[in-house]
Design a protein around this ligand. Structure first.
Ligand SMILES: Cc1cc2nc3c(=O)[nH]c(=O)nc-3n(C[C@H](O)[C@H](O)[C@H](O)COP(=O)(O)O)c2cc1C
Length: 305
């Protein structure tokens, strides 16, 4: 994370923490969790104090007290229907709590990831960079997660002519099926200063995006470098990974691992950290240490079918 982002993040965390502590406290009770469960699984939307008391086997005043606590945290809402008061879970508050939790989770994972990278690189001064294209932001978020965890450089490739939501699915898909190379910025990507490249692209029509094909052609000083490639996709990576690896191999790059992330994987706020864990698990650094890039080591493929 850049220092600027950190500054923006901290006030948010200090705002969030008191609210989260109250919510955890409200939820940190067996009966109240049961109430949340009963309300969230009830399809009638008409549960009242007496129903809850009967299902939980406790007194109505006890249920009222628990509901008061849940309501004060905004977790539960009530509405009057005649003489009857019904209770429901407040979806918006639960979603807000989840977002707060995700933010805290991402922050904690970032720290763990940095520790993981430090241990696995044994404090060697490895120069790595992530080169990526992203049309709708998913691959960018993963790439930034890797950068935040490892401190490596980030090189975002953009198409000279940006795709619209129409041209992406027309021209873009046709071009990706032909393995065409888009004109990109930067026009040249000099990687001679790096030991290790991580290259990421969204899948377009089961193939790499034309922008990343353009990026592979724009590489300078890439011969003999080691790389890991990754794709993000909805659920069907098709041939995107092997095709991207082949384009890189044609440029003299040695691809050590291919990793595909689907929509479920990229929902994880720590998707970048998870990817880094897989990369480290594939241990491309060991062969870097042995000093034999460019010679036949098996590519590790991690693709869900
Ligand atoms: C033009 C286009 C074609 C796509 N083709 C595929 C595909 O073949 N298989 C798939 O699983 N997802 C496909 N997707 C979904 C994207 O690969 C997926 O949402 C990806 O994570 C988006 O990454 P981005 O936000 O970095 O652009 C396509 C998306 C677009 C825009």
């Amino acid at each position: 994370m850049e220092p600027d982002d950190k500054e923006n993040e901290c006030p948010r965390l200090s705002e969030m923490v008191p609210g989260m502590a109250g919510t955890f406290k409200a939820l940190g009770d067996h009966t109240r969790l049961q109430i949340i469960y009963l309300l969230s699984t009830d399809t009638s939307g008409t549960l009242g104090v007496s129903d809850l008391a009967a299902r939980l086997g406790i007194s109505q005043p006890a249920v009222s007290q628990h509901l008061k606590t849940l309501k004060s945290e905004g977790l539960v809402e009530s509405r009057r229907e005649g003489f009857f008061i019904c209770y429901t879970v407040n979806r918006d508050r639960i979603m807000q709590f989840r977002e707060q939790f995700d933010l805290m989770y991402a922050s904690v994972m970032e720290q763990c990831n940095r520790e993981m990278v430090r241990k696995s690189t044994r404090d060697r001064n490895l120069r790595a960079c992530v080169i990526f294209y992203s049309y709708s932001g998913i691959t960018r978020r993963v790439a930034e997660g890797i950068r935040n965890a490892s401190g490596c450089d980030l090189i975002e490739v953009r198409t000279k002519t940006p795709y619209s939501s129409f041209t992406a699915y027309t021209t873009g898909v046709i071009r990706s099926r032909k393995m065409a190379c888009d004109q990109i910025e930067p026009a040249e990507i000099d990687v001679s200063a790096y030991d290790f490249l991580i290259i990421g692209t969204p899948v377009w029509a089961w193939k790499p995006s034309p922008a990343i094909n353009g990026a592979v052609q724009a590489l300078k000083g890439c011969e003999g470098k080691m790389a890991v490639v990754f794709t993000t996709c909805s659920n069907q990576p098709g041939e995107a990974l092997p095709l991207l690896s082949k384009s890189l191999a044609d440029r003299g790059v040695r691809v050590m691992a291919e990793i595909s992330l689907d929509a479920e994987d990229t929902k994880n706020p720590d998707a970048g950290g998870e990817l880094l864990r897989k990369i480290i698990g594939a241990d491309p650094l060991r062969s870097l240490e042995s000093g034999t890039p460019g010679t036949g080591q098996q590519t590790i493929r991690d693709v869900k079918s």
